[in-house]
Design a binder for this molecule. Structure first.
Ligand SMILES: Cc1cc2nc3c(=O)[nH]c(=O)nc-3n(C[C@H](O)[C@H](O)[C@H](O)COP(=O)(O)OP(=O)(O)OC[C@H]3O[C@@H](n4cnc5c(N)ncnc54)[C@H](O)[C@@H]3O)c2cc1C
Ligand code: FES
Length: 260
């Protein structure tokens, strides 16, 4: 269901699950209505970090109306979030973006791909598709991994590490190529831009439908500032330009439609 509001969230728990990676559970109204692949804007309290920070919804508990955010500390805003404690209030702009088309892919051979801090939103997708033929390919730098055990409770898991310390040495596509007998009908992915470009190319060459979740710096999160546009293959029917807004038309796109 569509839900968009300024939510007053309450922190339920927070823990560091890997070096510099935090898992934050928040109770808020929007959690009961979120789709896998949507994101929220989290507002820092500090005056010198005014803009909301976009963070993907990792998973939700609809009954309890709570959501999990998993993020890497990368600057002032996320550093501040890492200091949140149980019972603290946190202001959110929830729920943003479109999410992955989970209902459309049921009954198919589904491959999920997550790279680095693009892994968290794919957990929500895996849980939404529990019981389906879902194969998650998770890419890390090294053995300092996170969330892989959570995925194992929802689907089959394949690991790739850049240094080869766990699973296949290389990236998620190397791991897919190494998995004999797996012929995906659809790929859904989130991760760094070079990984998404490679997935788009691989999917086109192998005639596989692919949905990719893009990231861009964001200010408003609701389509007003045009700070987050990316190039599209076709011209937009309304404005006649090859542009689309990641925060509202995305962050999830049919890979064929975006020029990345
Ligand atoms: C749709 C979406 C989902 C995201 N989901 C996650 C997630 O689940 N986990 C996670 O760790 N990170 C995620 N990010 C990246 C996260 O938003 C940035 O790491 C964060 O905003 C950095 O803020 P900061 O204050 O710590 O760093 P600063 O560098 O101080 O941020 C300064 C400004 O740049 C923006 N910014 C900086 N880096 C990024 C970036 N990579 N993408 C977009 N805006 C950026 C911030 O919003 C802020 O306005 C997501 C980004 C987008 C667009
Ligand atoms: S962040 Fe303002 S239009 Fe997308």
């Amino acid at each position: 269901m569509f839900y968009r509001n300024i939510d007053e969230g309450k922190v339920i728990s927070q823990e560091e699950i890997s070096k510099g990676i935090f898992s934050l559970w928040i109770k808020n109204k929007g959690a009961a209505y979120a789709n896998a692949g949507q994101f929220v804007g989290v507002y820092p309290k500090s005056k010198d970090t005014l803009l909301m920070r976009p963070i993907s919804i990792c998973e939700t508990d609809e009954k309890e109306s709570k959501m999990r955010l998993v993020y890497r500390v990368s600057g002032k805003g996320t550093k501040e979030f890492s200091e949140l404690k149980e019972g603290d209030n946190v202001k959110l702009l929830a729920n943003l973006g479109n999410g992955f088309p989970v209902d459309e892919v049921k009954g198919k051979c589904i491959v999920l791909m997550g790279g680095g801090i693009g892994i968290p939103p794919m957990l929500g997708v895996a849980k939404a598709l529990k019981g389906e033929d879902v194969n998650a390919f998770l890419g890390y730098r090294d053995r300092d991994m996170f969330l892989h055990e959570d995925f194992m409770s929802a689907c089959k898991v394949y690991i790739a590490t850049e240094d080869g310390s766990v699973g296949v040495k290389g990236n998620v596509i190397d791991a897919l190529k190494a998995s004999t007998g797996l012929k995906p009908d659809v790929i859904m992915a989130c991760g760094p831009m070079p990984m998404l470009r490679a997935i788009k190319k691989y999917a086109e060459e192998n005639n596989i439908k692919a949905y990719i979740s893009l990231e861009e710096r964001m200010a408003c999160g609701i389509g007003a500032c045009l700070g987050c546009v990316c190039k599209t293959v076709k011209k937009d029917g309304h404005s006649h330009v090859n542009n689309t807004r990641i925060c509202t038309e995305g962050p999830v796109f049919d890979a064929e439609e975006v020029d990345i």
